[in-house]
Design a protein around this ligand. Structure first.
Ligand code: NAD
Length: 486
């Protein structure tokens, strides 16, 4: 299968509507995580490449900002049509470069398409506000304007959905955009750029510059970039937030997570197990909304036995095979890091009740790690505190809901949390007191959809305005107030 239509041994950047070679001759391999076969190479682009892209985007902004909003939205309608038409191909590309299961990838494409649907509502979303008579014979009007050139830096785990959290809304609002995709999953970005051009986007509106930290720093430092959207790991998110803010840019930086699921004694056991299994082990645990810590309230031995049995029965393999739930992690080095956490868990006294290391030898070519579960984890242990981003689950014991909520409060992260219960009283207490921005009630992955903000808290988010929903609109526009006396 060809990875992109502009298929070459080395991926190209997309600048000013053209496929161009990077200035750099340095490249990184892009292997298939399930087999480690080489798919393509990605250039490690330079600051000069960034300068070219910014110059193109800056020039394109001069006309794009004046294109009537409904006309801008029409490009998104066409893009939506093309994404829908190519839904299966896009999902296959995600499996190829990211490794997740086809069903998950298909769902990811759908989530991305929904962002385009939302952004196509720009003519309504961008409406301002007016008030006649703020004082005698004086009226006030608010108009929204785009910011200019915006940069987007994205992670490997959602190569379709995360870029689509950003550029459709930014561009619908009249900005022009430079995307720096993850160097570990760069293929899909080129396909998106190709389809966006086919949808009628003029040259320079969307640009793609591949690479690693040099490109990121190039974007953060560039005086002609007005805003930065970032999604990735916590240390990098914090760095990007601080650096971009110091350069006077508007910034939203979505970061790492440690999502707790509280299982109350009255929970529907079968459904809780099913939800936790797919939240923890789907996409090999590489989701910012993955369940990575379960708080078992009371001595729920049947729940723990059912969870372990379900983990033993899990199908592991290549994401292209039907019925596979547990797929490989992105790179061998990433698996090594997870193995280090397993060692740390053992050292610190957690009880390893399901050791996923045993499946590694069965599938030696890909970056597989079997489902791994630690019991009797305490909040001071490293595996309870840090994001592992792999199929490794910690079970913490709590005597009641209050103690469970305390564990969530103690976590530095606050992306998501879930409760499994049938008690309205417990649900209400959880809703009021859980210290995280996206909550699930009997829902395994309470990720929000395009028309709501993706609202992580604490160290899971740096900034003021989240991606998506009205936050997304507000992030990519600035307001102008007119006060008139007639
Ligand atoms: P990562 O931080 O390694 O990379 C993200 C981006 O930052 C990439 O484009 C990468 O090239 C760039 N980057 C990496 N190191 C850098 C450095 N030192 N200087 C400058 N740029 C650098 O993240 P990842 O491993 O690709 O993605 C997984 C992480 O993303 C997890 O922590 C996950 O929780 C997080 N994530 C968060 C959300 C959210 O909504 N909060 C969503 C998806 C992923």
């Amino acid at each position: 299968m060809s990875v992109t239509k502009n298929d070459t041994a080395i991926l190209k950047n997309f600048i000013n509507g053209e496929w161009v070679n990077s200035n750099s001759d340095q490249t990184l391999d892009v292997p298939n995580p399930a087999t480690n076969e080489l798919l393509t190479k990605v250039p490690v682009s330079t600051k000069e490449d960034v300068d070219l892209a910014v110059a193109a985007a800056k020039e394109a902004f001069k006309t794009w900002k004046n294109v009537p909003v409904p006309k801008r939205a029409r490009v998104l309608f066409k893009f939506h049509h093309l994404l829908t038409e190519n839904h299966e191909e896009l999902a296959r590309l995600i499996v190829l470069e990211n490794g997740k299961a086809y069903k998950e990838a298909y769902g990811e494409v759908q989530r991305g398409i929904e962002c385009v649907e939302f952004a196509a509502g720009a003519p309504t979303l961008m409406m301002g506000e007016t008030l006649s008579g703020i004082a005698e014979e004086i009226d006030s009007e608010m108009f929204r304007f785009p910011l200019g050139v915006v940069g987007g830096i994205t992670p490997f785990n959602f190569p379709m959905m995360v870029p689509l959290w950003m550029f459709p809304m930014a561009i619908a609002c009249g900005n022009t955009f430079i995307l720096k995709p993850s160097e570990r999953t760069p293929i899909l970005a080129n396909r998106l750029a190709e389809l966006f051009r086919e949808a009628g986007a003029p040259a320079g509106i969307l640009n793609v510059v591949h690479g690693a930290h040099d490109v990121v720093n190039g974007l953060l430092e560039h005086k002609d970039i007005a805003a930065i959207s970032f999604v990735g790991s916590q240390p990098v998110a914090k760095y990007v937030y601080e650096r971009a803010a110091a350069e006077g840019k508007r910034v939203q930086a979505l970061s790492g997570a440690k999502n707790h699921h509280i299982v109350m004694p009255d929970a529907d056991l079968e459904k809780a197990v099913q939800n936790i299994m797919s939240s923890t082990f789907g996409s090999a645990g590489q989701r910012c909304m993955a369940c990575s810590a379960v708080v078992v309230v009371g001595d729920n031995a049947p729940f723990i036995a059912a969870l372990k049995k379900s983990a033993d029965e899990l199908t592991i393999g290549n994401g292209m095979d039907d019925e596979v739930l547990l797929t490989p992690v992105i790179r061998k080095e990433h698996r090594d890091k997870a193995l280090g956490y397993i060692e740390k868990g053992l050292e610190e006294g957690a009880d390893l009740i399901r050791d996923g290391r045993r499946e590694m030898d069965e599938l030696p070519d890909g970056n597989f790690l079997g489902p791994t579960i630690f019991d009797h984890v305490t909040t001071d242990m490293t595996i309870a505190k840090e994001e592992i981003f792999a199929p490794v689950l910690s079970l913490l014991r709590a005597k009641d809901l209050d103690e469970g909520l305390e564990y969530i409060r103690k976590s530095r992260f606050g992306n998501g949390a879930t409760i499994y219960t049938n008690s309205a009283k417990a649900v209400r207490q959880f809703r009021e007191e859980a210290d995280a921005g996206m909550l699930g009630i009997n829902v395994g992955v309470p990720a929000t959809m395009a028309f709501f903000p993706f609202s992580g808290w604490k160290d899971s988010f740096y900034g003021d305005l989240h991606v998506n929903g009205k936050d997304g609109l507000n992030f990519y526009t600035r307001k102008k107030m007119i006060t008139s006396r007639f």
